[in-house]
Write a new protein. Structure first.
Length: 475
């Protein structure tokens, strides 16, 4: 079944999914093809979860469930593959078909991608990947001996070479059709997101060894990433410490050399556009930025005419902010301090800006209490943060940190993300009038191939908003 699925996949994709045993008419063909793609991704992902492994153990003959779990998984996955590629209903449209030298080159690349996939599977243990391991153990009357955690061969370059190689097979075909594009996009998305479940399983099985491997080898793309500095391993192995990260890269804050810092700088215009609509004129307003880092947002506020105070727990980042403000002749008052103990007197400022902060603090209530203390009655609290949703966890942590490496790994702890409803409730309890909350997300690509940001219809990943403090104390 394994080889039948692989052979069918190779043949069908080589012709751009334009061949089939039969063809349905629209819209039934679209529905059927969509269901075929969905069953492949959803069932694959489920079988890699803890619940899926329990189901696999129950599907084999009594007494052999756990021994044949890997074999059962391969049998089901191979059947799914066969269904997807043999049962596909082609559109009949061919956009482009390589000829001459282009055909030779693409055929060679396609073959090389499959050879690379074969190599990756061998590095991971071919008996396990092809489903032989369980049956061999049963025939011998022994327990399956699983190969060690793969770290050699292609696994020295990236942690997921099987998924990378499979994605390459999707995009090196010599025939392009709407069908091939749909398959390539859908299965590439699965190749990026699906391994996160596999990594969770490896973390449970291999523990510290996998954590060291994970810190050393990139997830999907074979180039170095900015690594989060190490810290006390007794506080988990995820190395989450934004203050340490900011301190480490403080000297690079304004030089444009670090992609994740350019990303932070690219969010500033979207924040300023939105907050300016709320505040109106900044001239003469005293504004505190909590968590100012090296000063991206603080300088934008100062240039808009505000009297800015910046507070951040990272001493090196504050030094970088002071130096850059001096060079730009901007009168910004920077302090080293934390949101839980803001070094300002009561009712000191007209506005508090708190962006890229609430998702990092240990105690949101303490920070909100301090912000309320230093904000004048009727003053504005302007914020953005990350929503606590599965989508945000996948995009920010899974893709942003592990796959695309736009951020140092360990920057975010998803458990600290906060939903708009939770934040609004906390603010209302402190006497604020909460304004509309809007989405914030990438909306374009800049000249250095960095994301640019703007308002977004959904708040499922990031959101920003404002709240006005009561003009008189709550009674």
């Amino acid at each position: 079944m394994f080889f039948a699925g692989i052979t069918t996949m190779i043949a069908m994709m080589y012709f751009g999914m334009s061949r089939s045993g039969g063809r349905l008419s629209p819209p039934w063909s679209l529905l059927a093809n969509g269901m075929l793609l969905a069953q492949f991704a959803v069932l694959h992902s489920f079988l890699l979860s803890k619940g899926g492994r329990t189901v696999l153990a129950r599907l084999a003959p009594a007494g052999f469930g756990r021994d044949l779990a890997s074999t059962t998984y391969v049998a089901i996955a191979s059947t799914q593959t066969l269904l997807l590629f043999a049962g596909w209903s082609p559109s009949g449209i061919v956009w482009w078909q390589a000829k001459g030298a282009a055909l030779v080159v693409l055929t060679a690349l396609y073959a090389a991608s499959w050879l690379l996939l074969g190599k990756a599977m061998m590095d991971a243990g071919l008996a396990l990947q092809a489903g032989w391991l369980g049956w061999l153990a049963v025939f011998r009357g022994t327990k399956p001996v699983y190969p060690p955690m793969p770290e050699s061969g292609l696994f020295r370059i990236v942690r997921q070479p099987i998924y990378v190689a499979f994605a390459l097979t999707l995009w090196t075909v010599p025939t392009w059709t709407p069908d091939q594009l749909a398959v390539a996009v859908s299965l590439t998305a699965y190749c990026v997101a699906g391994p996160l479940l596999k990594e969770s399983r490896f973390a449970d099985i291999h523990g510290e060894r996998f954590a060291r491997y994970q810190a050393r080898v990139p997830f999907w793309l074979p180039w170095p990433r900015p690594a989060a500095p190490s810290r006390d391993r007794s506080r988990r192995n995820d190395m989450r410490d934004e203050v340490t990260i900011y301190s480490t890269y403080a000297r690079n804050w304004w030089d444009g050399s670090q992609r994740f810092l350019r990303l932070l700088q690219n969010i500033v215009p979207a924040r300023m556009r939105h907050f300016t609509q709320v505040v109106g004129a900044w001239n003469g307003k005293s504004v505190l930025e909590v968590g100012c880092g090296g000063g991206f947002m603080a300088e934008a506020l100062a240039r808009a005419g505000a009297d800015v105070i910046g507070v951040d727990p990272s001493g090196p980042a504050v030094l970088a902010a002071r130096e850059h403000a001096r060079l730009e002749n901007l009168p910004i008052d920077y302090h080293v301090g934390v949101g839980e103990r803001i070094p300002l007197p009561d009712e000191a400022v007209d506005c508090v800006v708190c962006v890229d902060v609430l998702e990092h603090v240990e105690n949101v209530d303490l920070v909100l209490g301090e912000i309320t203390r230093v904000l004048k009655p009727g003053g504005l609290f302007l914020f953005d943060t990350i929503n606590r949703t599965l989508l945000a966890k996948v995009v920010i942590v899974g893709l942003g940190e592990s796959v695309l490496r736009l951020l140092p790994r360990g920057t975010h702890d998803p458990a600290k993300f906060i939903t708009p409803a939770e934040l609004s409730r906390k603010l209302v309890d402190r006497g604020y009038e909460v304004g509309p909350i809007v989405g914030l997300a990438p909306v374009g690509i800049g000249w250095r191939l960095d994301f640019t940001f703007g308002r977004f219809p959904s708040t499922q990943i990031m959101y920003m908003g404002h709240a006005r403090k009561a003009r008189s104390p709550l009674r």
